[in-house]
Design a protein around this ligand. Sequence first.
Ligand SMILES: Nc1nc2c(c(=O)[nH]1)N[C@H]1C(S)=C(S)[C@@H](COP(=O)(O)O)O[C@H]1N2
Ligand SMILES: [Mo]
Length: 200
Amino acid sequence: MGLFSKRPPPDDLNVYGKPSLPPGQTATEKFPVLTYGPEPKIDLTTWRLRAWGLVESKEWTWTEFLALKQSSLKADFHCVTHWSRFGDVWEGVFFRDLMQHLTVAPEAKFVVQHAYGGYTTNLPLSWMMEEDVMLVHRMNGAPLDPEHGGPLRVITPKRYAWKGAKWLNGLEFLAKDAPGFWEQNGYSNSADPWKEERFW
Ligand SMILES: Nc1nc2c(c(=O)[nH]1)N[C@H]1C(S)=C(S)[C@@H](COP(=O)(O)O)O[C@H]1N2
Ligand SMILES: [Mo]
């Protein structure tokens, strides 16, 4: 069993004091790929992350993104298809740290993540600001695998994993909520694994 593939004991609690394994989930050491549609081909020389909407428009090149404050986070990963991974170490930029570089209008209350390939997912801005929402480009000491969202994806450890876009390229700030891809297709808007908010 590898360092990053441990299963929690059944009674283990996570850092939020909740059972590490949410109801209806099974621990796995595998990392299945869940992608709707083809994996986009991304060239780092033309890669951009853009912010638009109720924010002063801004964009980062890959080099500029890597110059932002980098952090690491050990976190669990819960997929709505009933598997959970434990203790992966992610490296990247916390969303709340990225916000230090953005001037957001006071009316902005929601964020839509946009991805290469067209995937979207939505969360309230206040949830994006939580301490564990991160834009990640490394996992367990290696660059994030393209099939898992490299060069850059979002992780939302307190939500089911569809709330984090792989291949992130945009952050849209909105006054009103706008359901993303899976949210429009019947998946929960709030996606709390401990409440088993899978569908709506
Ligand atoms: N761009 C993009 N991001 C995405 C998806 C996708 O299809 N496209 N799938 C989501 C879903 S449903 C899940 S469960 C996780 C899966 O991440 P993984 O493929 O690294 O396991 O990514 C989420 N982010
Ligand atoms: Mo998923």
